[in-house]
Design a protein around this ligand. Structure first.
Ligand code: FES
Length: 206
């Protein structure tokens, strides 16, 4: 079946089985390896990309259901990792093993495009992606930092949605582990964290 898609701003046509998950089309046919396979049942969120602007778990989405869609992957955020959310992730050393992080970033970008200055509650409600390394607290902090970067850079612009680039493929995404300590305990059992604490002042995780 020939399927037309727009991927990171470029029209693409793929000849695949109609029930092939969009994830495999992106990774194996279009060679966009930044999006990861995690659970295969749409639970963990490692495979999240934007489909027509919405964060979508692509391990269970048949490509035929995405025909004609506008798809944005981690490679489409920027050519050089300079999207405000990618910069915040790097500055705060969010990743541990890194495996889940492209999905985390795509979900975070979507949140910030809809809600430029999210509260902790907004973040917790939007970020359903699982992280086996427990980077949840740093993810929260990075989302706040990205929101601040975007609004400081262009006051009144409306944040990430108005200032984030949507460049072409080839961006580094987030790869490789980062230094820093791990969060411990489940999200429900961790204590409150001061998200205003400056970067570099020590361990942000309790
Ligand atoms: Fe999230 Fe390792 S699974 S950083």
């Amino acid at each position: 079946m020939m399927v037309n898609l727009t991927v990171n701003g470029e029209p693409r046509t793929v000849d695949v089985q109609p029930d092939m998950p969009l994830l495999w089309v992106l990774r194996d046919v279009l060679d966009l390896k930044g999006t990861k396979f995690g659970c295969g049942v749409a639970q963990c969120g490692a495979c999240t990309v934007h489909v027509n602007g919405s964060p979508t778990r692509t391990c269970v989405l048949p490509v035929s259901a995405a025909a004609g869609a506008d798809v944005r992957t981690i490679e489409g955020l920027s050519e050089d990792g300079s999207h405000p959310v990618q910069r915040a992730w790097q500055e705060l050393d969010v990743p541990q093993c890194g495996y889940c992080q492209s999905g985390q970033i795509m979900t975070a970008v979507s949140l910030l495009e809809r809600t430029p200055n999210p509260s902790d509650e907004d973040i917790d409600a939007a970020m359903g992606n699982l992280c086996r390394c427990g980077t949840y607290l740093r993810i929260r902090q990075a989302i706040h930092a990205a929101a601040k970067q975007a609004t400081d850079a262009a006051p009144g612009s409306g944040g990430i949605g108005a200032t984030g680039s949507s460049g072409g493929p080839g961006g580094p995404g987030v790869s490789g582990g980062a230094t820093g300590s791990r969060a411990t305990g489940s999200p429900a059992t961790r204590g409150p964290v001061d998200y205003r604490r400056p970067v570099g002042s020590g361990d942000i995780n309790p």
